[in-house]
Design a protein around this ligand. Structure first.
Ligand code: SF4
Length: 321
């Protein structure tokens, strides 16, 4: 990225000085490790309480785990095999030597402590793995699991990423998440101070949410002072209830500019310290129903930067500590 024009009120942030308008994950990793670091998606073969009947059977309205995660699209292989293949592939493509192991599909804290310990041990077993990211739901972190996560946080840089999506309970119900916002607050409160980073995954463009509703979610993440966030657009993949609604015309999906405007609104309210691990989500062509624009990642990032520059804005411009 080119250096932005320096303005009044600009943040005292190293990422801004380096030409970024938000605290991008790639920048953060480079600062931490002094070199390019890439994430490797791993499938621990876990289940989800919103699928196995403990919370629900049908899953979230948008969920087909195969569309989210490269690891779940491959025939089930051992974690060691996935690591080996992932490292080889990413090393060849990006020439990097350090990696973040990312337990991505399903609920990766949903199991016994013994089972989870073995899973996390395998995920960090290679010397090239410098950090571990664990994706989960806020209603799946009982105390013994939090103790285990704290133990691993003493051995590696650990991020626990909670699927939040939105702070609004009516939207969580529409998404069929099977938990409310209170569950997220409870998880954050119990997880804090255990040595691992706390992240949230949010979705912009949920039907009937206003721009102000989305800004309210951003303010909450800022208030909670999380370490990381992923900001996705709502998109539909095949064989999900959302696909049916989109095909019927009852759920309008945003165009790129609508998402970019809402994403910039969101970024403006986040503290400069918070790492933005991703802006925009997509799925492989064989899974994606709509919108098609989210396949064009460079186009999205260019539009995002253009909007930030047009507003002469940046992450945290409207954040108040
Ligand atoms: S919680 Fe995650 S894995 Fe479970 S149904 Fe929802 S999106 Fe899918």
């Amino acid at each position: 990225m080119n250096s932005p024009v320096s303005t009044h009120q600009s943040p005292l942030a190293d990422w801004f000085d380096a030409g970024w308008r938000y605290h991008a994950y790639s920048f953060y990793l480079r600062q931490q490790y002094g070199a390019r670091v890439q994430r490797i998606s791993l499938d621990g073969g876990m289940s989800c309480p919103n699928r196995d009947g403990r919370v629900g059977f049908e899953g979230c309205i948008f969920c087909d785990n195969r569309s989210f995660s490269p690891s779940r699209r491959m025939p089930q292989a051992s974690l060691a095999t996935q690591l080996e293949a992932g490292i080889r592939q990413v090393r060849t493509r990006f020439g990097c030597e350090r990696f973040v192991a990312y337990l991505q599909p399903s609920t990766n804290t949903y199991g016994s402590v013994t089972q989870l310990r073995e899973l996390y041990e395998q995920a960090i077993s290679r010397p090239e793995i410098v950090a571990l990211s664990i994706g989960t739901r806020p209603d799946c972190v009982p105390e013994p699991v939090l103790d285990l996560l704290g133990e691993f946080a003493r051995r590696t840089s650990l991020t626990v990423e909670f699927g939040l999506q939105t702070m609004h309970d009516r939207s969580l119900t529409w998404l069929r998440r099977g938990h409310d916002y209170g569950a997220f607050l409870d998880a954050i409160q119990r997880a804090r101070g255990r040595g691992f980073r706390l992240g949230a995954h949010v979705i912009l463009g949920i039907p009937r949410e206003t721009r102000e509703d989305m800004r309210a979610t951003a303010r909450e993440l800022a208030r909670l002072d999380l370490d990381a966030v992923k900001i996705h657009n709502l998109y539909a993949v095949r064989n999900t209830p959302l696909e049916e609604l989109v095909n019927r015309g009852s759920v309008p999906l945003w165009d790129r500019l609508e998402f970019v405007h809402a994403a910039v609104d969101f970024l403006e309210l986040l503290p400069p310290r918070m790492v933005v691990e991703r802006v925009g989500g997509t799925a492989p062509p064989e899974f994606l129903v709509a919108p098609r624009w989210c396949r064009d990642r460079p186009g999205l990032l260019t539009a995002l930067r253009a909007e930030l520059l047009r507003r002469d804005s940046w992450q945290g411009k409207l954040w108040h500590s």
